[in-house]
Ligand binder design. Structure first.
Ligand SMILES: Nc1ncnc2c1ncn2[C@@H]1O[C@H](COP(=O)(O)OP(=O)(O)O)[C@@H](O)[C@H]1O
Ligand SMILES: [Mg+2]
Length: 239
């Protein structure tokens, strides 16, 4: 469960700062694929960065998986994030001097007690899961954009976190490659993870169980879609 209570984010600047999120109230059940949509500047990235513990609210409370992350100090938050959240970015953000497998192993080094061999085996299994095991020992620049984003998804799964956040993961991919990446993310939710994806391409929201629409730092629409393995109910507003 993710629960936000009166969450406000004010960025410094100007005389009174800029209010990017305005008293957000939001509850998201576990195990869903949630799309966050809205125009550029509406607060989507700010919202998922706060839920992922990558940034902090100016005021308000954020509970993720039963933990009050608003109340954690930096050290506790970093530890919590490493074990609980996998992050996928628009520009992949793989480290260019490490191989694909080394990129996937890196988050394990911070959180797990794996031997070198265990870590490598786990990385290869994750790369296999996203369909690019054969790219494991290459450098990121020799992969296509779609392959790099798959590698980034494998890296996000390194510590088997219950939450995955993806900020416009298809923003740099052609539509065919993008669909493959979206299908991967949807599959993670089917496997029980909670997946939050920001997208400004409405088409991709069709793949989600739930759509949250943002405008001017507020949630202006919530729609439940759901087909969770043909349990149906597609489209219901304000839930
Ligand atoms: N670090 C920052 N400092 C100042 N303003 C910011 C910062 N990050 C975002 N903003 C502003 O907050 C608003 C929301 O930004 P963002 O959450 O990135 O929106 P979105 O992801 O929907 O495009 C925008 O007006 C943006 O300019
Ligand atoms: Mg954004």
């Amino acid at each position: 469960m993710i629960e936000l209570q009166h969450v406000t984010k004010i960025y410094p600047g100007g005389s009174s700062g800029f209010k990017a999120l305005d008293s957000i109230q939001l509850e998201l059940p576990p195990g869903e694929f949630v799309a966050i949509v809205g125009k550029s500047g509406s607060g989507k990235s700010t919202l998922i960065n706060l839920i992922a513990g990558l940034d902090r609210p100016t005021s308000g409370n954020i509970w993720v998986g039963g933990k009050p992350i608003h109340a954690m100090d930096e050290t506790a938050l970093a530890t919590w994030r490493g074990l609980n959240v996998g992050v996928v970015f628009q520009f992949f953000q793989l480290l260019p001097t490490l191989t694909i497998a080394e990129n996937v192993i890196l988050p394990m080094d911070f959180c797990q007690d794996f031997s070198k061999r265990q870590a490598r085996e786990r990385a290869l299994a994750l790369l296999d899961q996203v369909g690019i095991a054969d790219q494991a020992d290459k450098l990121p620049t020799s992969l296509s954009g779609g392959q790099q984003q798959r590698a980034a998804i494998a890296r996000a799964l390194a510590n088997d976190p219950p939450f995955i956040v993806a900020d416009e993961p298809t923003g740099n991919l052609d539509s065919h490659t993008a669909e493959a990446v979206i299908t991967q993310l949807a599959g993670l939710a089917e496997a029980g993870k909670t997946v939050l994806m920001v997208t400004h391409e409405r088409d991709w929201a069709e793949f989600a169980h739930r759509v949250v629409t943002m405008a001017d730092g507020r949630v202006v629409g919530r729609k439940l879609r759901v087909d969770r393995v043909n349990n149906l109910l597609l489209e219901a507003d304000h839930v």
